[in-house]
Design a protein around this ligand. Structure first.
Ligand code: SF4
Length: 307
């Protein structure tokens, strides 16, 4: 009897254990199988390309365009190719631009060329090294101020090699009157080092090569190409930027886009001469503040004339 009771008890216990084990297996979380992926409809990819930019307003059509202060240029997002133009500044709006017809643009340019027949680069220089260095120094200051310091600078360091090996503190002291002298001294010395190391001490003669030099942007390179090598190149400095808007040549704010717009507006012409002529007019009559419209020879054509 004892043995039968034991068997029965064992059987009951075995059954209970099997039940528990079964329950345990059921409750134990097994590997989660991923739900079968739903068959998805093929959705055509969203077009990522931005819609094509509106074509630039034709200068042949009179149109008013307000220069929005929060343009890409104002946000510091220059459309210039990297390293070719400095980013546009804080984007001071120039006001309303009224685009002029191509004939009027030509007419105004002819009158200005007659007004300034002797217009030329006002930076004193004897060679390409001096001009290149002077243009870098001319940022945020006047040519007259640069001309005051360059005689002593080039008397002390007359070649790219000499400037490349110069004591930077001495260079800083010489260029100090031009402002931002720490950065400018470094820029002209880095440029000189680039000329020595990349081009064997000779100033390159192409835009592509010039803009590889430290401190040399598209504007600086175009000055050198236009003044020294007679190439047709627009120099978009602060005066050309301002006058391009006032005269209704373009609504663009980015210097590189202005350059392209001017190339289209004045095809196959003497862009270097036109650049210098606009710069002279900006310095002598069409001042940033209080332009002298009363004395301006193109006030009858200029859409921004106050007279
Ligand atoms: S009319 Fe006045 S705004 Fe127009 S170009 Fe002459 S000075 Fe400048």
């Amino acid at each position: 009897m004892q043995a039968r009771r034991s068997c029965t008890t064992d059987g009951v216990m075995r059954k209970q254990m099997q039940k528990k084990a079964t329950q345990s297996r059921v409750n134990k979380p097994g590997p989660v199988s991923k739900p079968a992926a739903k068959p998805t409809k093929k959705v055509p990819p969203k077009p990522t390309a931005k819609p094509a930019a509106k074509p630039a307003a034709k200068p042949s059509v009179k149109a008013k365009a307000s220069i929005a202060p929060k343009s890409n240029a104002a946000k510091g997002k220059s459309a210039s190719p990297a390293g070719t133009y400095k980013k546009a500044g804080k984007g001071k709006p120039f006001g309303t631009v009224t685009l002029v017809q191509r004939d009027d643009a030509d007419h105004m340019m002819k009158i200005l060329c007659k007004r300034y027949p002797d217009a030329e680069c006002e930076l004193t220089h004897k060679n390409d090294f001096e001009l290149l260095t002077s243009v870098i120094l001319s940022a945020q200051t006047t040519d007259a101020q640069v001309n005051k310091v360059t005689p002593s600078l080039f008397a002390r360091f007359s070649t790219p090699k000499a400037l490349a090996e110069a004591d930077i503190e001495e260079v800083k002291q010489i260029v100090r009157p031009t402002g931002y002298y720490n950065a400018k001294a470094k820029s002209i010395q880095d440029c000189a080092i680039g000329i020595v190391t990349k081009f064997g001490g000779k100033i390159p003669k192409t835009l592509e090569e010039l803009i590889t030099l430290p401190g040399v942007g598209r504007k600086t390179a175009n000055v050198v190409l236009g003044v020294l090598h007679g190439e047709s190149a627009w120099t978009v400095d602060t005066h050309v930027q301002r006058l391009s808007h006032r005269l209704g040549f373009t609504t663009e704010e980015d210097p590189y886009k202005i350059e392209l717009a001017l190339q289209k507006l004045f095809p196959n012409d003497d862009w270097s001469k036109f650049s210098i002529t606009l710069i002279w007019h900006g310095r002598r009559t069409c001042f940033a503040k209080n332009p002298n419209c009363a004395e301006c020879p193109i006030n009858h054509l200029c859409p921004s004339s106050s007279v």
